[in-house]
Design a protein around this ligand. Structure first.
Ligand SMILES: [Zn+2]
Length: 313
């Protein structure tokens, strides 16, 4: 298993199909787990994907249409059943508190898992996680909807050859990383001398919305973008009316934002052949493109080389 990957649990909008469950996306990131939009059936999809409930540290809901949240009761109750020992933080649009409350307490169960509620009130930084900073931004949909972004801070990568040349080894490496400078015999070694910049990675999640400025802001420079692509361009008027994107719009945003790997999802059941989404998106976007399938695993792409921005990659 890759240390950073997206586990696609479901890809259908509105109504599930024979081959597509309601939405559900688990981002695994160095031992942290972020469960986005658990639609109906998410508990079972996690089982099929081989993901335990204890893998989830945060639940992030874009909005309270059923295809994005009806799986919450099952997931929350399963966490209690499994005796998940760590607290789990739930994020969702603050105006939807009443829906969250109902889903959180949908039926009788031994309520043991610790679910912390941190609703989204404004655009901007939502939380600091060991994986990075979590941001939220309002989207445009008939009901309040938000997108999310995980931003890993920039860091530095130690270069073994330079460490060896400077005579730094063992516990001194950690000390140099913490303190930035180290005395080795008669010389002073600075962190910059033996390391190089390491750009932090970005994950972005954009579900139900019509095109708006915050779609681009969320997608900006993302290494991995998961974005709704409910309609094809031939139905752009429908997309606008119901507050959704077309595959062409989603791919255009990704191209303009310098996205490295693009995952399209949340497909309308009106289109029988997913290749149409791929063909349409391909005309706009020439990076890595994934038309998501249930239970697919999509790796976060390897880090761009130091000094190279995502837009170059
Ligand atoms: Zn939806």
């Amino acid at each position: 298993m890759a240390a950073r990957e997206l586990v696609v649990l479901g890809t259908a909008s509105q109504a599930p199909t024979r081959t597509r469950n309601h939405n559900g996306y688990l981002l695994r990131w160095d031992g942290r787990g972020f469960l986005f939009d658990p639609g109906e059936g998410t508990q079972r999809q996690m089982l099929l994907a081989g993901v335990p409930s204890s893998a989830v540290h945060r639940i992030l809901v874009s909005h309270f249409h059923g295809d994005h949240c009806l799986g919450l009761p099952g997931v929350v109750q399963r966490m209690s059943l499994d005796g998940v020992a760590h607290p789990v933080t739930a994020h969702y649009p603050a105006s939807g508190q009443q829906w969250f409350d109902r889903l959180r307490h949908a039926s009788v169960f031994a309520d043991r898992a610790e679910i912390r509620e941190e609703p989204v009130h404004d655009d901007g930084v939502l939380a600091e996680d060991p994986a990075g900073t979590i941001e939220a931004r309002r989207l445009e949909h008939p009901v309040p909807s938000v997108g999310y972004r995980l931003v890993e801070p920039d860091g530095r990568r130690m270069v073994p050859d330079r460490l060896a040349a400077a005579g730094v080894a063992g516990p001194d490496v950690g000390r140099l990383q913490r303190e930035g400078v180290l005395r080795v015999g008669e010389t002073t070694v600075r962190l910059e001398d033996v390391s190089e910049p390491r750009r932090g990675q970005v994950f972005a999640f954009v579900m139900d919305t019509r095109m708006c400025l915050n779609v681009a802001a969320l997608a900006e420079g993302a290494d991995l973008l998961v974005i709704e692509s409910t309609f094809l361009a031939e139905d752009e008027a429908l997309a606008r009316r119901y507050g959704h994107l077309t595959a062409r719009q989603a791919a255009r945003v990704a191209a303009d934002a310098g996205v490295r790997r693009l995952v399209l999802s949340h497909f309308s059941q009106r289109y029988p052949d997913p290749r149409a989404f791929e063909e349409e998106a391909r005309a706009e976007f020439d990076g890595d493109l994934v038309v998501a399938e249930d239970l697919q695993r999509v790796a976060v792409p390897a880090r761009a080389p130091a000094g190279e921005s995502a837009a170059d990659g």
